[in-house]
Write a protein that binds this ligand. Structure first.
Ligand SMILES: Cc1cc2nc3c(=O)[nH]c(=O)nc-3n(C[C@H](O)[C@H](O)[C@H](O)COP(=O)(O)OP(=O)(O)OC[C@H]3O[C@@H](n4cnc5c(N)ncnc54)[C@H](O)[C@@H]3O)c2cc1C
Length: 398
């Protein structure tokens, strides 16, 4: 695509990275995505290729062996990758959030220990807030870490860990009861090392197996059961207990830009497929693109692709400029994920009966798009964040 979803004022380095990634996506991801997805197969060759390109260290500072790129670069890379196959962006997303949290909040020792190995992809991150009984209501977390000498002992169940099996480091949010009067300050993030795999991966930690999902296949999503896991107090992110909620929210905020970027990528691909099909398929003596109803659909789809991209870029640039972007990231996530679902649905309709066939890419996109309405906070949660921010900003003086 040459016209839609362009980004102004990129550096030569950003342009070069995006060109390389786009080439990789066209050659190494799109031709294999459909088969791998239908087989629910982990895309090991693609992951190895991403390691070679240094994508696991894209935002990790150069002093720790990463490429030291901005959130904008990361988001644009994710958009390209999700255009090929969303699950591949899922492989790097939790890793990126954990690396970002370490970069922002880790102790000097934690950064020295983890970031160089995360930059090469040798250590791979997952993050764990959600539990069987909660997702949106993070403050209600039940998984508990009880102090015992110089250790903590963790008990509880976690749900929906993306990369739960393939990761080797979990950023875990648990309740530590600091005696604070708000639940938000009684939560702590722990850095839990583990080997990749399933079953009892270390004493006190079991990763039961992959959750069977409707889409977002290939990448493993798991539960995690903590039963007396012993972990040193030095594994608290940043060294001080009680700060876990704000650490995680910081991570989720950049995660929201990333989810917006994924939604943009899927919407771009859905548009590309639809605009091509609409010019090939003929009904009543002419290509369906020449029926005004279909042409107008394409116009609306293109407009949504463009709007979502611009909002995502704006949210990323704000964060890169060191400004607060909670409202803008929430808006970008809300708009991009809702538009993605709509554009994908329209592309599906344009394909007629063939859209329902597993031979056509659009059936996969139809199963992937709904996840973006949920991950990193549902649309309702985004509206809560946006309205709170706006009411703060536009506080009545009356
Ligand atoms: C494939 C997949 C991967 C995931 N990966 C991760 C991961 O890596 N790490 C992780 O920690 N979590 C992960 N999650 C969990 C995800 O973040 C949660 O599913 C999400 O936050 C929603 O939480 P919930 O499912 O508990 O829904 P609930 O919070 O139970 O919400 C149910 C419904 O109620 C609505 N609702 C809830 N509260 C309100 C309110 N106050 N006002 C209005 N409406 C409300 C919601 O919008 C939703 O429609 C993943 C989920 C999926 C499906």
């Amino acid at each position: 695509m040459t016209r839609l979803a362009q980004t102004a004022d990129l550096t030569d380095v950003q342009i070069e990275i995006l060109r390389t990634v786009r080439d990789f996506v066209n050659k190494e991801i799109i031709p294999h995505a459909q088969r791998l997805e239908h087989d629910d197969a982990y895309p090991q060759d693609i992951v190895d290729g991403m390691k070679e390109m240094g994508l696991f260290g894209l935002m990790i500072p150069e002093e720790y062996g990463g490429l030291g790129e901005s959130l904008l670069t990361y988001a644009l890379v994710v958009e390209e990758i999700a255009r090929g196959w969303m699950s591949v962006s899922g492989v790097i997303n939790t890793h990126f959030i954990v690396a970002y949290m370490l970069r922002q909040h880790g102790t000097a020792e934690q950064k020295r220990h983890y970031l160089p190995k995360m930059a090469t992809g040798e250590i791979r991150g997952a993050f764990s807030m959600s539990e069987p009984d909660l997702g949106s209501d993070v403050a209600a977390i039940k998984t508990r870490a009880r102090r015992d000498g110089s250790d903590y002992v963790v008990d509880g169940s976690k749900m929906w860990l993306t990369n739960g099996g393939s990761s080797t480091l979990i950023a875990l949010l648990a309740k530590t009861d600091e005696g604070a009067d708000t639940p938000y300050r009684n939560l702590t993030t722990f850095l839990v090392d583990k080997p990749a795999g399933f079953g009892e991966v270390r004493p006190g930690l079991t990763i039961p197996g992959k959750i069977d999902k409707m889409g977002y296949k290939g990448v493993d999503t798991t539960e995690a059961v903590f039963d007396g896991l012993r972990i040193g107090a030095d594994q608290i992110l940043g060294g001080t207990p009680g700060r876990g909620f704000s650490h995680m929210m910081d991570g989720v905020e950049v995660g929201r830009v990333n989810v917006s970027a994924r939604a943009c990528g899927i919407a771009i691909r859905a548009f590309e497929l639809a605009v091509e099909y609409a010019q090939q398929r003929k009904t009543f003596g002419k290509p369906i693109a020449e029926h005004q109803a279909i042409a107008f659909k394409l116009a609306e789809m293109g407009t949504k692709v463009e709007a979502a991209h611009l909002m995502m870029v704006n949210a990323a640039r704000l964060k890169d400029a060191g400004q607060r972007n909670d409202v803008e990231a929430g808006m970008a996530k809300l708009l991009a994920s809702e538009f993605c679902a709509e554009v994908t649905q329209d592309a599906f309709r344009i394909h007629g009966g063939y859209g329902y066939s597993k031979e056509y890419e659009i059936e996969r996109l139809m199963r992937e798009a709904p996840f973006l309405l949920i991950g990193e906070g549902t649309s309702e949660i985004q509206k809560t964040i946006i309205s709170r921010g706006l009411l703060r900003e536009y506080k009545s003086r009356g």
